[in-house]
Ligand binder design. Sequence first.
Ligand code: UGA
Length: 457
Amino acid sequence: MKNGKLKVAIIGTGYVGLTTGLALAYLGHKVTCVDQNVQIIDRLRNNEATIFETGLEELLQETSARMMFIEDLQEIANYPDIIIIAVGTPAKPSGGTDLRYVEEAAREIGKFLIPSPLTIVVNKSTVPIGTARRVDMIIKEELSKREAEADFCVASNPEFLREGTALHDTFYPDRIVAGADDLRAVNLLRRLYAPILEQTFIPPRVIPRPRGYSLPPFLTTSPTSAELTKYAANAFLATKISFINEFAEVAEHVGADINEVARGIGLDKRIGPGFLKAGVGWGGSCFPKDVCSILFTGKKYGLDMPLVSAAVKVNCRQRKKIIEKLGQTLKEIRGSTIGVLGLAFKPDTDDVRGSPAIEIIRELLDLGAVVKVYDPVAMDNYRRSFPEQELIYASSVEETASDSDALLLLTDWDVFLHIPWSEIGAMMRSPVFIDGRNFLPATRMRGWGFTYLGMGC
Ligand code: UGA
């Protein structure tokens, strides 16, 4: 295509595939998103957002002329320069990663490739080390089955998007990592991301460019280093959170406030302020799975990775600490009514995968509590995902608090800051408040009559 624009096919329309596709289409590339799920494709064709993500609906409308949604790669109208694999990589019960969908995608690509022009196959899904090689092998197998040849190479281009801000993170990344052995792949990836690397685009109205944002580096590595970079980034961030959570426990014992300590160390440029919020621990569809996966890989090489293992251990303990605090305050959990505020694994998403709420609610039910829950957006998802949990789904914070023996805040949704807390305590049977995210103002909450407990403060 002219003007440096490329034809891109993206396999998978989850958080990564869809947001990447929309951003690339916004930047002028011609994008076709492929997904076997007919319902998802139908909804996307009607510009309907299939995931809860800031700016998604607006971008679907704006890019509709440059976006196509199809169910089968073989139906594609324009032969793509780049095919991005962005399918799910769920965890196996063993802790390893289920590569079924990546392998299926590679097989489809092998059936599809033509002798020329050059096609770059890009792994964007978070995949175990060596998957770029595996994808290359599968494509070659498929080509040899049909006695065909094709000019292609496989690159690893991990994503570092956070749910809730996935489009923002795509347009304004900290860095882009291109793992490829073939210079032609590096060059094409550089062309694909040129508007981002040079910030030459007019920012979408709903996703403005952050003040002071500087151009992101384009880091070229081997495919294996790119794959490991993704795991190292997630494991490091998870460990950083577990580190502050470990110190939160020390703070409780010595009478310090972990929020002050986090500020004190975060101002050191070598440490940085991010991912130092103490609380109920990390969750989501990425950290828990990716940390298990890298531990699994380590084990394969005879490495026990004690630091990352400890981060997992601390994280499990954080869930238990909530129950311990509740037990110490209420004395008897059996028969009490506990209100849970927040079901999503973090704010600005309706995703409940790996959410701290899951284990805490399960434990409360096992202990014989009646559990009322409220979340501003994740209730439907939670109800669908855990139909076996017998819960009272409340329609507001007030309804959750009414006649409850304690409230637990598990997700730091902004709306919780704007509740008339001074009036809430009186609605409860006992005004116990356990803030699993150190989110509400402790002194004021205590002043309003709550028995308020934070995590390390
Ligand atoms: C994470 C990474 O941040 C992304 O860079 C990465 O691309 C993504 O995983 C992925 O692998 O796809 P995400 O899972 O969306 O993104 O969520 P985060 O914002 O990183 O939060 C993860 C968990 O840590 C949440 O449960 C959050 O509440 C918790 N957290 C985060 C803390 O407990 N304290 C903090 O200071 C920060």
